[in-house]
Design a protein around this ligand. Sequence first.
Ligand code: HEM
Length: 171
Amino acid sequence: MIEIPDDLHFDAVPLAFLLGTWEGAGVGDYPTIEAFRFGQQVTFGYIANKPFLTYTSRTWLLDDAGERVRPLATETGFWRSKLDGSVDVTLAHPTGIVEIWLGKVEGPRLEMRTDVVARTEDAKDYTAGHRLYGLVKGELMYAYDMAAMGHPLQAHVSAQLKRVDAELAAE
Ligand code: HEM
């Protein structure tokens, strides 16, 4: 486990297990597309004494050798918690989608669902999401289910990430 930084706002403490930069790989699928493998880099940061974490994720399509072929999805936003474990997250996607997520963090496990999804005129037909994050033996695992393209909530991507930085300092 990481040490909780002294200048991390107390409201953000339940999310502290996410802090840092993580890298790894995952798999993706959906009824309307071909299955794929991707690489991912995720960074959770914080600003001294502010009650939220900053968040950015970048992904790349991987070939069979595990080499990056081209960028895939990226997303960015803010993660907020309260000491009772309630969580809300705002996320923006370059595909014309913004979301508000509501959930609960219990120890190193976080489950959340979309409360609100808004889309631009040309965004894909995406209506809801569910995400589960968990720290298992020091690795960050997550699974993301989505309802999209007329299909009910089901698996889209999941990944397993290792922490790659040692230093945790306010941005
Ligand atoms: C690790 C994160 C993600 C990766 C690597 C990923 C990758 C992909 C890939 C490769 C496709 C198929 C080809 C394409 O349209 O580019 C796809 C389709 C799609 N993804 Fe994702 N995605 C991710 C996260 C998301 C998120 C967060 C959303 C919603 C906010 C989303 C919504 C969709 C939709 C709606 C489709 C379209 C399916 C279709 O056109 O039939 N994806 N994704």
